[in-house]
Design a protein around this ligand. Structure first.
Ligand code: KIV
Ligand code: ZN
Length: 509
């Protein structure tokens, strides 16, 4: 029978701890709601004693979340434990998470005490916390640098005092998978009352082992895992929950475990956390990076088209992503071109694949990546000249009123005709968007806007990369200039010229 792995998310505690500025209460509520929706069993919402704001936020979240257990962190101090209780007492289910360091380096140099005092303190504080709840987690901070016999003494006492979950954190990301596995096995063999608790693991990624260590601890008998969304956390971060969850899912036949996670909420949650914490995801980030399901070489693209499983170990639809992404570059073959043409609705008897391929290679070698709409113009033998720009900027004016309203006026040349329009909004990009929509009659959505600003003492250069969605198709725009507003307008116009060409081709064939 499959065994459950309990998921404890600590994005809002260990993750937030590492950010340069703390998250607002509303942001933390939004993340907590997404975690609940994703099916996380336990959400560690904060460290209430650390600040009045943390206390209040923990309190608010604990009253909103209904389906996940809410957990708060406390040092081995009465005041910390009281505050966790005060913050969480109105929640449906709550847990008090107490921690104290157990390794010699922490005990001697940081806490300036000895192991006997540590065990006494842990015993007292766990018993103290039991007045509030039976759901007590105890963490031996820096477990992996604690001699195994010391660790056993601490854990045996913690369980005797009433801890129901014992966490073995690799606090400094020091251990290796085999060692971590051995630690868990030793605890199971040496501690007589170990089956009275759930063993939890909490890994950090200093040596890039966080997910691997967690898997190896599960194999040794850990049944709760701790981590953060996108792996955010102290130093190199924590175990990335989306990675460990998908590892358990992908290898479920050999690992035989299950989680309560709603996989289709994973992509949404990781993007939300990335956006709200202002930490962009690397394109190579496993599971969710932009390249995680992108295929570039001709051989891989051909394989993917014939059978996704040739180069994808799980279907990205499962985590809520619905694309099959083949990068069209000079490395792509005819199969990928045909596939993309078909996605756009062009049957292969309406164009000559050899002509398309030859035109494509010439352009791709010059330009790098080619997008679908460009492919269409290449297929139909450049019926529309690639250099034609239907829309061009004549001039523009942007006025700011009391820092509140931006009034934007833009004059565009559309073919041979000049058009001018004005609109206003609090945000300049929104106002620019509205004006251009009014002039061109294209109803589009800006789905990505990336501004890269570089200034030197003499000049500043701004680049804008934009993606817009028009009738379900994505079009790209790019521009570069010295003025941010102008660069934004030009990038939108660039993408609209692509739409114009694309529509022209479709009307011609
Ligand atoms: O890394 C760590 O040791 C911790 C504990 C507080 C669980 O975050
Ligand atoms: Zn940690």
């Amino acid at each position: 029978m499959k065994k459950q792995i309990i998921i404890l998310d600590t994005t809002l505690r260990d993750g937030e701890q590492s950010l340069t500025c703390s998250l607002s209460t509303q942001t933390k509520i939004d993340i907590a709601l997404a975690l609940e929706d994703m099916g996380v069993d336990i959400i560690e919402v904060g460290f209430p004693v650390s600040s009045p704001k943390d206390f209040k936020t923990s309190q608010k979240i604990s009253q909103i979340i209904k389906n996940s257990t809410i957990c708060g962190l406390a040092r081995c101090k009465e005041k910390d434990i009281d505050l966790v209780y005060e913050a969480l007492k109105k929640s449906k289910n709550f847990r008090i998470h107490i921690f104290l360091a157990t390794s010699p380096i922490h005990i001697i140099t940081k806490l300036k005490t000895n192991l006997n005092n540590i065990i006494e303190c842990i015993t007292f504080m766990i018993k103290y916390a039991r007045r509030y709840t039976n759901n007590i987690e105890f963490s031996c901070e820096d477990s992996t640098r604690t001699p195994i016999n010391d660790l056993c003494l601490v854990i045996e006492a913690a369980i005797k005092a009433g801890a129901t979950t014992i966490n073995i954190p690799d606090t400094v990301g020091y251990t290796f998978p085999e060692e971590y596995n051995n630690i868990i096995l030793s605890l199971k063999n040496k501690i007589y009352n170990i089956d009275k608790c759930i063993i939890s693991v909490h890994t950090h990624n200093d040596l890039g082992m966080a997910v691997g260590n967690t898997i190896s601890a599960i194999n040794a008998g850990a049944r709760q895992i701790e981590g953060t969304i996108n792996g955010i956390g102290e130093r190199a971060g924590n175990c990335a929950l989306e990675e460990i969850i998908m590892a358990l899912y992908t290898r479920r036949h050999s690992l035989n475990f299950y989680t309560n996670i709603n996989y289709n909420k994973i992509a949404y949650t990781t993007k939300l956390v990335s956006k709200l914490c202002n930490i962009p995801l690397s394109i190579h980030k496993p599971i969710i990076g932009e390249n995680a399901f992108a295929h570039s070489s001709g051989i891989h693209q051909d394989g993917i088209i014939k059978n996704r499983e040739t180069y994808e170990i799980f279907n990205p639809n499962i985590i809520g992503l619905n694309y099959k992404k083949l990068n069209l570059t000079a490395k792509s073959g005819r199969a990928a071109l045909k596939y993309h043409m078909e996605l756009m609705g062009y049957k292969d008897n309406t164009y000559d694949i050899n002509v398309l391929y030859n035109n494509f290679i010439k352009l791709a070698e010059k330009k790098g990546q080619i997008f679908n709409y460009e492919l269409a113009s290449l297929a139909f033998n450049n019926k529309i000249d690639n250099e034609i720009t239907f829309y061009s900027l004549v001039n523009f004016n942007i006025k700011f009123h009391d820092n509140k309203i931006t009034i934007v006026t833009i004059k565009l040349k559309c073919g041979d005709i000049l058009h001018i329009a004005t609109d206003q909004n609090q945000e300049y990009l929104y106002a620019i968007h509205k004006v251009i929509e009014r002039i061109t009659n294209y109803k589009f959505k800006i789905v990505k806007y990336k501004l890269v600003s570089k200034s030197s003492s003499t000049k500043s250069k701004n680049k804008v990369f934009i993606q817009i969605n028009y009738k379900g198709n994505i079009f790209h725009g790019f521009s570069i200039s010295n003025n941010i507003m102008k660069t934004s307008i030009l990038a939108i116009i660039d993408s609209l010229n692509h739409i114009w060409k694309f529509e022209k081709i479709n009307n011609n064939i």
